[in-house]
Ligand binder design. Sequence first.
Ligand SMILES: [Cu+2]
Length: 318
Amino acid sequence: MKTGGRKVDPKLPIYVGVLVLAVLMGVGVGRVLGPVSTYPGDPGQNAGDQSAAAPPQGGGPVVAADGHIHGGTIGAGGSAGGAPALGGLEISASGYTLAPAADEFGAAGDPQSISFQILRADGTPATEFAVVHEKSMHFFVVRRDFGDYRHLHPEMAPDGTWSVEAALADPGPYRMYADFTAIDAAGTQTAVTLGADLAVSGDYRPEKLPAPAVESTVDGLTAAMSGTATPGVASPVLFTVTRDGRPVGLQPYLGAFGHLVALRDGDLGFVHVHPEPQLFDGAVKFWVTAPTPGTYRLYLDFQVDGKVHTADYVVVVE
Ligand SMILES: [Cu+2]
């Protein structure tokens, strides 16, 4: 997906923060604060009107009415075991190592297989993974200037080698992220997002980041973001999708009405944020906490009429 200029309404606040935190497990916080579980796509588990719940205040993690832990500021201050506020900055963490088969992709535009293993501390490949959001591996590839972004789901061979086809259209430095929950021999689940560099050779001309915007139009659909976040405070951020000004119904995709990934500009720190399980007036809602001030690139995957679309945003958190 190429990024491009986005419609900006100067009247709207652009300091909608974002980041971090996860409503549900699978990501960072869950592995420290409590048992890791798969995402409860079953809305039956989530009765209760969370829209009425007060936004969590900054500080520690917040347990929502539905019992799910919302991130809070874990990591930013090194609390609660020091879970990283951002994932993907390390190739090895929490006892697991991302081992890409290659650190260079072939010619730009050629479909190729990206392969990797997740190695245990003893160097052997992990082969047991929990299913989170209907997949046992979520894999992302993004060019360092945010000029390209892919959310992929590799398949694992019995020996623990994960592979996925991708055609990276443009040369440049990329970052890959493996977002997974591994299960060790004792049954302990560890959720972690590991990252590694990947290069596509050729003439690289970095793109400038688009201006901050609260609307993103993709495939004729406009996804509008509302909510404001400040560093260290969990805040609701909602997305509403319209076509020609009329609301469009969101469909569940991988067990949720939306999947939000936020990457920090400058180091590509990764946060895969999960939504509340139900819609609020048609909007998909996330609890987000920006770990630090800065500029973030957000990618929202959502499904309409059986097709998945990705809206993107630039958000400045102050
Ligand atoms: Cu995924």
